[in-house]
Structure formats: structure tokens, C-alpha cells
Ligand binder design. Structure first.
Ligand SMILES: [Zn+2]
Length: 153
């Protein structure tokens, strides 16, 4: 059986079949990679979610070449739109399909860590999405306990 396979792969047809399989595998890998990189862009490649620092309301905005942040916010009527972070966590440490869009304190010009207004968990830049086995981000009490300090009043 193995000997037959080896003879087959040694033949011209066998080599052609092997090359076909290699190309198929490469094509599949490329398709997977492309879909992976496009997975978190909802509408188009250049549109992303922003959040208004004055009204805390999220909105989708297409960033033009040369445009600077903060961008125009339809809610405040001023350039108060900064990139929003997506939080897919729930208060009990589970996952939800529709994210809460969160304004990071550092982008709002405020001190200290940012906690999600919905689930109350820590939100950071490039916030991690829930994955099987992933530990949910800390709540304020867990976060400050780990630092050995009390939450600010
Ligand atoms: Zn949240």
C-alpha cells in the first residue's frame, strides 16, 4: 500500500496531484487569513466605530486619508469623536454578540483605568474579546485589590 503510494507520487500524475493539493492548501490558508483580518470590520475596511467624548454616544465613521482624530461627532456637532473600544463581556463574565462601545479614559483626557458602563469590567486599548477559556477582565474591586489599593472615590 505504502509502496503503491510512493510509486504513484513518483509518477508524473502523482506529482501533479501533489502540487494541486499544495495549491489548495495554500489557497485555503490565504482565504482564512483574509477573513481573520476582516472579521472585526463591520461595514467596510475603512469604517470603524468612534465615540463622542461629550455625549458618550458611539457612531460609525469612515476615516478619510489625512483626517485626524478627534473626528467630527454628529452628536456634539464638534470634533469630539475618538476611536471606541468594543466590550463583548457581560457582568457575570460571559460573552455577548453585540458589543458595548466604550470611551477610554485616556482618550477622554481623564486619569485612571476605564471600566465598561455595561458590565463594569476593565476596558483597555485593543480590548480582548471573550474566547473559550479566557479569563474575563477584572471588575473595579478585583482590579484595585490586585494593585493593593482602594478604588478612588
Ligand atoms: Zn462590558
Amino acid at each position: 500500500m505504502i509502496e503503491q503510494l510512493r510509486r504513484f507520487l513518483g509518477s508524473r500524475l502523482g506529482r501533479a496531484v501533489a502540487i494541486c493539493f499544495t495549491l489548495l492548501a495554500l489557497g485555503w490558508a490565504a482565504a482564512t487569513t483574509v477573513s481573520y483580518f476582516h472579521s472585526d470590520t463591520p461595514s467596510s475596511a475603512f469604517s470603524r466605530m468612534f465615540i463622542c467624548t461629550e455625549t458618550q454616544k458611539p457612531f460609525s465613521h469612515k476615516l478619510e486619508v489625512g483626517e485626524t482624530v478627534p473626528v467630527y461627532s454628529p452628536y456634539s456637532g464638534k470634533n469630539t469623536g475618538v476611536p471606541a473600544e468594543a466590550c463583548y463581556w457581560t457582568a457575570d463574565g460571559g460573552a455577548k454578540s453585540e458589543p458595548t462601545w466604550v470611551l477610554l479614559n485616556e482618550l477622554a483626557g481623564k486619569e485612571g483605568p476605564t471600566f465598561c458602563p455595561d458590565c463594569g469590567r476593565l476596558v483597555v486599548g485593543h480590548n480582548p474579546a471573550p474566547r473559550p477559556g479566557a479569563k474575563p477582565p477584572p471588575t473595579p474591586s478585583e482590579y484595585f485589590a490586585a494593585l493593593g489599593s482602594n478604588p478612588p472615590r
